[in-house]
Ligand binder design. Structure first.
Ligand SMILES: [Zn+2]
Length: 338
């Protein structure tokens, strides 16, 4: 048998033995002694060097050294294989130690408020509907009873993309929904809206709205006031009072603004409520019959109420944030606080 074939045979044999160690049928130390011990198989091969012709000896010596390096490395790996049944007793693992802290993101304050608003109206039976952010003039203005010369259609207030508009309110969702569904309807439409405004502490070119629409037979202003009063108390606390002031929107008649008693001073008057004792929260009203006509609902049969609020406005009040731009800048020093 040549030295070369003897080395091959020994490697194969070692392969079988190391499989036994991995299977827990043999011990790494025994294998080490068998191959690399003073009287082991490798030493046995080295002892045959004398019988090899002098010219072949350097190559034979190199082959045997490579074999020895290979076996040493493999035995090192094998000695790290835990013996069968010993896996759980390894002393270098303490499973009772706390894990390394893992940095987690947080839910954006605007998302938090949107979720809270959705939850409250969910209790009142509203489901959520979404509409497109890029829409036509019909859905954003015309069907909502905006007259052709209404200032909101002006380039000063609205972003246009060719013939389309970036919606200026989520009310377009109402129109889409009513065109696709027969009454009764009870939906909440949350989402982003866009206005061509100077960016400042109080205004931004985009913000979030949540709108509600309830259409059924015999819906009255009393339903609107009751539901929105429940909403205000759920969001700001049981002691909050509401009041409704007459207002104007093209798509509701009559229209109103709802105020809540100041959540900071309780109505006594402070900086934030500008000593009025009240904070303006949302706009609302009874759906204008003209809107029903544009979606082919019969206004003599169906009535409805609608309301809409700016989410940033509510988040600023609830979290005491004084600059609207902070919600959009993605500064982690700000976001980490929520
Ligand atoms: Zn106040």
């Amino acid at each position: 048998m040549t030295l070369h074939s003897a080395i091959e045979t020994l490697r194969e044999q070692f392969g079988q033995d190391s499989r036994k160690v991995r299977a827990g049928e043999s011990d790494a130390e025994q294998i080490r002694v068998k191959y690399l011990g003073r009287k082991g198989l490798v030493a046995g091969l080295f002892s045959k060097m004398g019988s090899i012709p002098a010219t072949d000896r350097p190559a034979a010596g190199q082959a045997l050294n490579e074999l020895k390096t290979y076996l040493t490395g493999e035995l090192e790996k094998l000695s790290n294989v835990p013996a069968k049944g010993e896996e759980d007793k390894r002393e270098d693992m303490d499973y009772t130690l706390p894990g390394d802290p893992f940095p987690k993101g947080s839910i954006h304050p605007i998302t938090q408020i949107m979720e809270e608003i959705k939850d409250i109206f969910h209790h009142l039976g509203f489901s959520v509907a979404y509409g497109p952010e890029i829409d036509t003039d019909f859905y954003n203005f015309e069907a909502l009873n905006f007259p052709p010369n209404h200032p909101a259609r002006d380039m000063q207030d609205t972003f246009y993309i060719g013939d389309s508009v970036l919606r200026t309110h989520t009310s377009n969702t109402q129109i889409h929904h009513m065109m696709e569904h027969d009454p009764p309807v009870k939906i909440l439409a949350p989402g982003r809206v866009y206005r061509h405004e100077d960016i400042s502490v109080r205004s931004y070119c985009l913000f979030h709205q949540v709108e509600g629409l309830f259409v059924d037979k015999a819906v009255t202003m009393a339903d609107l006031k009751g539901d929105l009063d429940y909403f205000a108390r759920s969001l700001f606390g049981e002691r909050v009072k509401t009041r409704f002031r007459p207002s104007y929107f093209p798509f509701t008649e009559p229209s109103a603004e709802m105020d809540v008693s100041c959540i900071f001073c309780g109505g006594k008057g402070c900086n934030i409520c500008k000593y009025a004792g009240w904070l303006e929260i949302l706009g609302c009203g009874m759906v204008d019959p003209e809107v029903f006509k544009s979606v082919h609902y019969d206004p003599t049969v169906w009535q409805g109420y609608a309301f809409g609020m700016g989410v940033e406005r509510i988040a600023m009040l609830k979290f005491g944030v004084e600059d609207i731009r902070l919600f959009f800048e993605g500064d982690v020093r700000f976001l980490r606080q929520f």
